[in-house]
Each structure stands twice: as C-alpha cells, then as structure tokens.
Design a protein around this ligand. Structure first.
Ligand code: AMP
Ligand code: GLY
Length: 423
C-alpha cells in the first residue's frame, strides 16, 4: 500500500521509520518532510496547512492511508476534507481535535466527567481574570485557551507576575487569538509523565510511558521548548498508577468524548502530573508527542499500519499493542539560541555513523538538503536516540552517539534522563 505522512519534524521521521518497517507498505510519501525523511520516503513540497493540495495529492497518487503528525492541521480540521473525499486518514476529526485545541473545552470536559485535573476558572474578560487573581493562592498557572506552540502556559509565583501575564495573553495578545480566552489553574507539584495512547473511538491501548524535558537548559532552567529530550519507559509510571489512569483518566476521557458526540479516533497523548493525591491531567494532546514518538515508536512490536487501521475501523478491542521490554533515550541536538533565535544552514557531518546500526537512530527534525549536503534548518535539528536493555544503558549510548555528529552552533542538554539515577 501507499502511505502519506503529513509533517516534517523528528516525530514524523519516527513515524516514517515505523511505517517503513511494515511489510504491507510499498511506498511512503511525506509532506513536506525533511532531509532525513527523504532517505526513506518521497518528500513533496506541500505545507501541513494546505488542505486542498494535500487531499488532491492523496487522490492523484491513490494513497491508501494518510497519517497526520502535527497539532496545527489536526486542530484546524484536516481530517474532515480527507474523509469527505473518501480517503482513509488517521487522526481525530476537527470536533474531536478540540481536546487539544481548546484548554477551556478540555477543562470543562474533565470537570463534567470527573476526570482528575487541577482546579480552574475560565475567563473571557481580562478585568474579571485580574479581579480573581487579587485573592488567589500563589503560585498559579495561566493558560491561553488555544494553540500557542507549547508556549501559552505561564507559571506565576506572585500576583504581579500573574497580572502581567493576563495583560500579555489577553490584552497584548502575545499568542494571538489563542489568548481570547484564558484558563487560570491551580499549581500542582509532582513528577510529570507523558502517556501516549491509540484510540478507536471506544477502546484505548496504552503505549509505553515517557518523560520529556521541556526547558532549554540543564537543571530545568531556561525557556520552555518543544522538548529537548525524552526517555521511555518512565520508572515512575508504575503498574498501580497505570491501572488507576486506565480506569479514571484514559477510558473516562474516551467515553466522555463519545458521549459529547465527538468520537475520538487517533492518538491521545495524556500529559500527567503524578501528585501526592494521585495522577492528574496537565493537558491533552491529539497526536504523538515530539520527541516522545522518538523513544516510543522504535519499541513498538506491532506493525504500526495494523494498529492504525484498527483505530480507523473501530477494531482496537481485538488487538494487543505491545512494546519491547527495553528502554530508549532521545537527546535533541539543537541550534544554539533555540527557542528564541538561531542560525540555520550549517553543514552536518558524521551522519553516516548511524548507518546499519539497529539500536541507534538519528531522527531529523530541522534539516534540509543544500547543494547535495545536509544542513541545519531549524531550532531542533536532530533527535539522537538509542535503545538499550535498561534506561542507564540507553542513556549512555544516546549521549555517546551525540558525539558522532557535528555542526556549527550544536547545542544539547547534558542531563536528559538524569532522574533515572534516582531509581
Ligand atoms: P501544558 O502545555 O499544559 O502541558 O503546560 C506546559 C508545562 O507547564 C507542563 O509540562 C508543566 O510543566 C507546566 N504546567 C502546566 N500546568 C501546570 C499546573 N497546573 N501546575 C504545575 N505545572 C503546570
Ligand atoms: N513534547 C511535548 C509535545 O509534543 O507536546
């Protein structure tokens, strides 16, 4: 069969590598892809928000299955025109992708269906938000309602910071229309864990857990980024916690969406905080995480196409989804200056060191081909990933492999997976 993957980052490279392993797939296309994806798929210069062009391409090439990677096209409703054209596509429809697209929607859903999450209030009017903040407890968390490249969350330690935050989100519109509404949320403490799940509208199959490192600098300092590295599984996500989450969070969320007439098919990525009072939802995402996919998908034992098709056809209850009993660590090599400003276009050396190695992966995020050479083309450049029998081994191998490649302004965190040492 012919598969089209929409997106062009490290997550989509990990998806493409997983699809490539399927014996059922003859040809992979990726729109727009990147220089790494181009080694296993034919990249086509169509942007992720060009829905008409994507649908026309899928019709023209008789694509059997399209997999959508990023949040922006999902939330804007890319799945609906694919379905309207009679094409098979993996991802939630617009009315279900709102689970990620609106924090106010997701918080109201959790309240209505008693899914554990932080206490909150929603505001449309900055004056009312400010009045509420006069008497609130601190720290407190402000969240722009809509998508804001993962940057729309402000943790405010003082009333003054919170007032400034309301001004920047709701009045100065720092995140554009995403800030027309705002959620003000109780601050939670605990360990964070990412749990990705396959969902077919009714049944949930949980993937191996992961932990991201969102801040730019060592010791969780610096600005929030898309993610500087991940490890999987999370040793803090125990079988007891998993059993609790399956019953009180995962299944309840899927049932709630169906009850609301918003049947969810695709990936739900649960961002959880393991608090003293039990696991609570920090956020929902309607897609694979990036760089969570890079440590989870290489360990998927099933043929990914079988799982994706079971989701689309509502047959996930007839399938077990399993992962190898090992571990993976991904260290992101970024351009120095990310996430604020950075230079692009530097040649990347040493990539061939990964050729033929089964337990090392070099997932491309921001790369391009220029004059026959692979060059840096983004903030996050590569996701250097290794698997090993345990987390410590995977971590040692991933860091070792970060030395195999070089480019100007190469930057990485040195403490990805440091929490593993506490176990
Ligand atoms: P989100 O995009 O909602 O996942 O938020 C980004 C990051 O902000 C999370 O990964 C957490 O580290 C932090 N965060 C979000 N909500 C809260 C909360 N209620 N309490 C503490 N930290 C939070
Ligand atoms: N790594 C976090 C995310 O994909 O949202």
């Amino acid at each position: 069969m012919k598969v089209l993957i929409v997106g062009g980052g490290g997550r989509e490279h990990a998806i493409a590598a997983s699809v490539k392993k399927s014996s059922r797939v003859d040809k992979i296309y990726c729109a727009p892809g990147n220089a790494g994806i181009a080694q296993i798929a034919e990249c086509v210069p169509i942007g992720v928000m060009e829905f008409d062009k994507l649908v026309n391409f899928a019709k023209e090439k008789e694509i059997d299955l399209t997999i959508i990677g990023p949040d922006d096209p999902l939330v804007a409703g890319v799945v609906d025109p694919f379905e309207a054209a009679g094409l098979r596509v993996f991802g939630p429809r617009k009315n279900a992708a709102i689970l990620e697209g609106s924090k106010a929607f997701s918080k109201d859903l959790m309240k209505k269906y008693e899914i554990p999450t932080a206490a909150y209030e929603t505001f449309d009017d900055p004056k009312q938000a400010m009045a509420y903040l006069e008497t609130a407890d601190y720290p407190i968390v402000l969240k722009a309602d809509g998508l804001a490249l993962g940057k729309g969350v402000l943790i405010c330690n003082t009333k003054q910071e919170a007032m400034d935050g309301v001004k920047s989100i709701m009045e100065d519109k720092k995140f554009g229309d995403a800030g027309n509404r705002m959620v003000v949320e109780e601050f939670m403490t605990g360990r964070e864990v990412s749990v990705l799940t396959f969902v077919d509208g009714k049944t949930v199959r949980v993937m191996s857990s992961a932990q991201d490192h969102k801040r730019a600098k060592d010791g969780d300092q610096g600005l929030n980024t898309g993610g500087m590295g991940t490890f999987s599984p999370s040793p803090f996500y125990t079988p007891e916690i998993d059993a609790f989450c399956k019953e009180h969070i995962f299944q309840k969320t899927v049932d709630a969406m169906r009850a609301e007439g918003r049947e969810f098919k695709g990936i739900i990525f649960f961002g959880l905080m393991l608090t003293e009072k039990g696991p609570k939802v920090l956020e929902y995402n309607a897609r694979f995480g990036d760089p969570e996919a890079q440590v989870v998908l290489p360990r998927l034992e099933n043929d990914i196409i079988d799982v994706v098709e079971a989701c689309i056809d509502g047959r996930l209850d007839q399938m077990e989804v399993t992962f190898t009993d090992n571990a993976a660590v991904c260290v992101v090599l970024a351009s120095d200056g990310y996430p604020v400003s950075y230079e692009k276009g530097y040649p990347i050396e040493g990539l061939s060191a990964f050729d033929g190695k089964e337990d090392y992966f070099c997932f491309h995020a921001g790369t391009a081909e220029k004059d026959g050479k692979i060059v840096t083309n983004g903030g996050r450049v590569l996701g250097i990933t290794a698997t090993g029998d345990d987390l410590k081994t995977a971590r040692r191998k991933a860091y070792e492999a970060t030395e195999w490649v070089s480019f100007d302004n190469k930057y990485k965190r040195n403490d990805i997976g440091k929490a593993i040492d506490e176990c």
